[in-house]
Design a binder for this molecule. Structure first.
Ligand SMILES: Cc1cc2nc3c(=O)[nH]c(=O)nc-3n(C[C@H](O)[C@H](O)[C@H](O)COP(=O)(O)O)c2cc1C
Length: 323
């Protein structure tokens, strides 16, 4: 069980934030299959303070989504606090459960600006940012970190303690260094060390791809909950699979019909939000992963890559049922 403020998550099952993926459509479909909590794609704190409408669209949460946090990135405590205050009020949509601070993004553009995982170079700044944000809002502040910057600077314990000291209510740890990006394996030992040091709940993250890897992560780290990223793309059923594993029940994989229906439902929601022109190109990479176990996947993928309308995607996907 995980507590975030007054919110209780029975299994502590979370959808990890992923830029370009965890939009409303993906969050809703993961919730349907058992995700108890999700986080938006990261948004720039600076852009929020400039009043950028695209940024507000990314951060908007609607009432049917269940508990969702908004993730911000940046490096200046005052700007982070101002953005958190604006987003926590949520004049457009429902209020987030928490404001999550990104301290793990490895990409050069963000890291080079001293944001995302670059904050892990400076635990004192982590303290100041978390303090500023948690003082500015009346909902919990949560923080997502990595193991460290590289193998020679594994300092997740120090960074997590700085965030806790600054008023964080929960820490999520992705057990890779910034240098690893998404390669290699997530280190469960470091997650376990952070869990032992903290008084607040910890969510473990990295390489959970099925029921067994979820159980292993919980067993090896003692984490209060887990967050699933890539393992949920094109596979929201992973949440049902993990709940079954936690409860010692059998899980039967969804049929091709259910995969097709789920992919189409997710696409339809994305189109309602963004329109076909934007939603279809964005959804291609997700639909490709729904096709994982299909006969004729390469042909269907090629058709979807050419498709410009919902109907064309539907026709290509439904053809899988005739294979
Ligand atoms: C395409 C992509 C986008 C991501 N975007 C974010 C993000 O916006 N914020 C964040 O904290 N982590 C982000 N992550 C990291 C994931 O939340 C997660 O920590 C990482 O993928 C490891 O978990 P997994 O093995 O379950 O995927 C992203 C990862 C991927 C692959």
């Amino acid at each position: 069980m995980v507590k975030i403020g007054n919110l209780e998550l029975k299994h502590g099952l979370c959808l990890a934030p992923m830029a370009g993926y965890t939009d409303r459509a993906m969050r809703l479909v993961c919730r349907k299959y058992g995700a108890e909590y999700s986080v938006t794609e990261m948004v720039s704190a600076k852009a929020v303070t400039f009043g950028d409408q695209k940024t507000f669209n990314l951060a908007r949460i609607l009432p049917d989504e269940g508990p969702v946090s908004v993730q911000i990135f940046g490096s200046e405590p005052e700007i982070m606090a101002q953005a958190a205050y604006t987003l926590a009020k949520a004049t457009d949509g429902v209020r987030p459960v928490a404001i999550d601070i990104n301290m793990g993004c490895p990409v050069n553009k963000i890291f080079g600006n001293g944001e995302g995982s670059a904050l892990m170079k400076n635990p004192e700044l982590i303290y100041r940012i978390t303090r500023a944000v948690s003082s500015a809002i009346d909902i919990p502040t949560t923080v997502k970190i990595r193991a460290g910057i590289n193998q020679n600077s594994i300092n997740a314990v120090e960074c997590a303690l700085a965030a806790e000291e600054g008023g964080a209510s929960l820490i999520c740890v992705h057990g890779r260094t910034r240098e690893q990006m998404y390669g290699g394996l997530a280190d469960r030992e470091i997650i376990k060390n952070v869990k032992s040091a903290l008084h607040i709940p910890l969510i473990a993250n990295g390489d959970i791809v099925d029921g067994q890897s979820a159980l292993n992560m919980l067993r090896d780290t003692g984490a209060d909950g887990i967050a699933i990223g890539r393992g949920a793309v094109g596979n929201p059923f992973i949440f049902t699979e993990i709940i079954s594993a936690l409860e010692g029940r059998e899980f039967s994989s969804p049929s091709i019909e259910e995969r097709v229906d789920t992919a189409l439902h997710q696409l339809k929601t994305a189109i309602e939000e963004k329109g076909e022109r934007m939603a279809i190109p964005e959804a291609r990479k997700q639909i490709a992963l729904y096709l994982r176990s299909f006969h004729g996947a390469a042909r269907i993928r090629a058709e979807i890559n050419r498709a410009l309308t919902y109907r064309e995607v539907e026709k290509a996907l439904r053809s899988a049922l005739d294979e």
